[in-house]
Ligand binder design. Sequence first.
Ligand code: NAD
Ligand code: USQ
Length: 399
Amino acid sequence: MRVLVLGGDGFCGWPTALHFSARGHEVVIVDNLVRRATDGELGVQSLTPIRSLDERLDAWRELTGREIEFRNLNVARDYEALEELLRTERPDAVVHFAEQRAAPYSMKSRHHKRYTVDNNVNATNNLLCAMVEAAPDAHLLHLGTMGVYGYGKARGLRVPEGYVEATLRSGGAEADIEMLYPPDPGSIYHMTKCLDQQLFQFYAKNDGLKITDLHQGIVWGTSTPETDMDERLINRFDYDGDYGTVLNRFLMQAAIGHPLTVHGTGGQTRAFIHIRDTVRCIELAALSPPKRGDRVRIMNQMTECHRVRDLAALVSTRTGVPVEHLDNPRKEAPENDLDVENAGLIGLGLNPTFLSEGLMHEVIAVAQRYADRCDRNRIVCTSRWVQDVAGAAAQQAAE
Ligand code: NAD
Ligand code: USQ
């Protein structure tokens, strides 16, 4: 397969590009390196010392003899160049990771809200529009999020893979339909993924594009067999209050002896997947594309659900690092249950990796190795969903 990996310099994109290349697929990375620029904006670096993309690609060529090409292009802005790239590269599959993906970053200020919507929605629409013009037979695989569903608000219902049966009642009549599960985003970032979903529905219906939307849970872990081959291939490890995700943050905090930063009661239950399964899922989905004219294929890319306070307790028991309950900077349900369908990817052959002591220790060991790169002042999340925290808490209690 010829595969374009948009966002291929990022945390999920880099190991995915290597995974495809290692299996003999031809890979082109498209990225505008904005994530590296954001490190500069936030004054924090990946815990692991990631190399420049050129150095990464040279190392990959040296170690494997395989070539990965790179195009520096802003998918949200450089429309003509994107269309030309699709025309000349003639990809079989386009994997779309090229979005601003941190919920706290998206809520930092009016600038960050507008940037996130602008970047993510334009990137997706540009890509779809360009595919209609220049690569109508290519298969688009988009990385969406479990957050589009809103984490199990409909109590007792298993979260389906995208679509739900519903009965509509209006004007005294009723009709049974199948529809997208009602979106319920919890941040501006998650909202952009709901908007992406609508774009996919339209372009699949109108233009017959082949689209797979992978609603991914929180990715944890940092390395894959390919990124482990050489330190020059090392993956990102975000630990800061904006980009770090919860389990990797707890493991890193344990490594440096920082109290584990549980938001509120820690009653939030979320879906998780290890980075090694992320890359496998994407290849599995790419190897079995939908047909032109099919509806958008939606699969939940997650392997297990955990409650935040249970994860903290597990890490604390194993390492002796205490748990600290902080005021929750987010506006989210303090407690929720979550039951998620993931038959799609299992049916394609995913053999799930579950949370295990060995894998947790692997992450702690990576964090310990680079502990001197950690800026402890960047650990606690300072981005708040609403400025008036007391008012928000009162409103939440009243709801
Ligand atoms: P990341 O920020 O590490 O990587 C995103 C990459 O896209 C970066 O290299 C960035 O430079 C690039 N990019 C962003 N906007 C671009 C643009 N306009 N043009 C070109 N390149 C652009 O994020 P990640 O963790 O690798 O996440 C990748 C995708 O997976 C995101 O869409 C995210 O929503 C989704 N996802 C991630 C997680 C997770 O836990 N990391 C979980 C669920 C879904
Ligand atoms: N949390 C803590 N302590 C922390 C960090 C987070 O208690 O130090 C809590 C948060 O309040 C939240 C939960 O942990 O309740 C998850 O937070 P997170 O930052 O790990 O995940 P989230 O913001 O949802 O975003 C991440 C990725 C995003 C992806 C999403 C998948 O950054 O790209 O879409 O996970 S999901 O959560 O399934 O929607």
